[in-house]
Design a protein around this ligand. Structure first.
Ligand SMILES: *Cc1c(COP(=O)(O)O)cnc(C)c1O
Length: 342
């Protein structure tokens, strides 16, 4: 049975073109740097975000944590938002792998206050840890895109104090699409960036960490330490190349579909859709006033061929992707209407 899957953009299957590229990929042992397809992906990825070098990693979490591990020394302090992926959804890895202390700042819908960042940068004192890194996230996992002038202000401060900036750009190309800019217009405000190939871009596995040549060289050794030295990874990189070349430009379709889904859902009585937050492919809504339980919705939807997640703190999230068409959305909204208004 074919399901309409709105749980996340991580559920995307590889396209036929990716499967063909994987089948035909020329490969080698990448720990020896013998895999031409991995090298091609890394070179292409670095250029795309206008950084000197890039490294292929197994997942987004791996890429973020590798970045912390490479930028920082044990005991350093990292400044970041209290609702960012690194803090909320990475299993506390920063304390295990890099051994850093996280200094979380209250985020305003994913945005950090540059003045507050400035005030939290540590001076020299025998009691203090060193501020080792500032982390930003764009697009944010709350579905919003952070304005470039906010990133620019924070980046300027980071230059004043000589502190590197890492960007969690898991959905960097969604942000670029929303802002209608080239990805490098976003990544100019960071020293390193991680982005996912395996979300909206549909590759089966993998993320990229990009930065200066020296940084990536050091990251390559640490990736090995973390067990991420991959062998014939060109099989995976081949899909990543297709993802970056052919799947970026079409993300706007997912965004249009999300907006359409949000607007249609908002027409159902007592469903409160956060329409202003639909920047990319995510629709957040509150259906508590309908009196229909979210766990029942998960169950009933499943029977009708729709996969969704339950609520998180009372808020539901539907995510559009390449495999979800406008007709699918009409079916979802129709099914929702039927269930709730029955
Ligand atoms: C998905 C995501 C990640 C991590 O990616 P995985 O491949 O699932 O480990 C990191 N940051 C953000 C903002 C994400 O949405």
């Amino acid at each position: 049975m074919r399901y309409i899957d709105l749980r996340s953009d991580t559920v995307t299957m590889p396209t036929l073109e990716m499967r063909k590229a994987m089948y035909e990929a020329e490969v080698g042992d990448d720990v020896y740097r013998d895999d031409p397809t991995v090298i091609e992906l890394e070179d292409y990825a670095a250029k795309l975000v206008n950084k000197e070098a890039a490294i292929f990693v197994p997942s987004g979490t791996f890429g973020n944590q590798l970045s912390l591990f490479t930028h920082c020394n044990r005991g350093d302090e990292v400044i970041l938002g209290d609702d960012c992926h690194i803090v909320v959804h990475e299993v506390g890895a920063a304390s295990v792998i890099a051994g850093v202390q996280l200094r979380t700042l209250k985020s305003n819908k994913g945005m950090l206050d540059p003045d507050e960042i400035k005030s939290k940068i540590r001076g020299v004192d025998i009691h203090y840890p060193k501020t080792g890194l500032i982390c930003l996230e764009n697009a944010h996992s709350n579905g919003r895109v952070i304005p470039l002038d906010n990133m620019e202000k924070i980046f300027k401060i980071s230059r004043e104090y000589d502190i590197p900036v890492h960007l969690d750009g898991a959905r960097l190309f969604n942000a670029a699409s929303y802002l209608n800019v080239e990805p490098c217009e976003i990544t100019r405000y960071c020293d390193s960036v991680m982005f996912c190939l395996s979300k909206g871009l549909c590759a089966p596995v993998g993320s990229i960490l990009a930065g200066s040549k020296d940084f990536i060289e050091r990251a390559r050794k640490k990736r090995k330490l973390m067990g991420g030295g991959l062998r014939q990874a060109g099989i995976l990189a081949a899909a990543g190349i297709v993802a970056l070349k052919n799947m970026r430009e079409r993300l706007k379709e997912d965004h249009e579909n999300a907006l359409y889904l949000g607007r249609e859902l908002s027409k159902i009585p007592n469903i409160k859709v956060f329409l202003d937050d639909i920047h990319i492919n995510m629709v957040f809504f509150d259906m508590s006033d309908t009196g229909y339980s979210t766990s029942k919705l998960v169950e009933e939807f499943y029977k009708k061929g729709i996969k969704i997640n339950g609520d998180e703190g009372g808020i539901m999230r539907f995510v559009t992707n390449y495999w979800v068409t406008k007709e699918d959305i009409n079916y979802v909204v129709g099914t929702m209407r039927e269930l709730i208004l029955k």
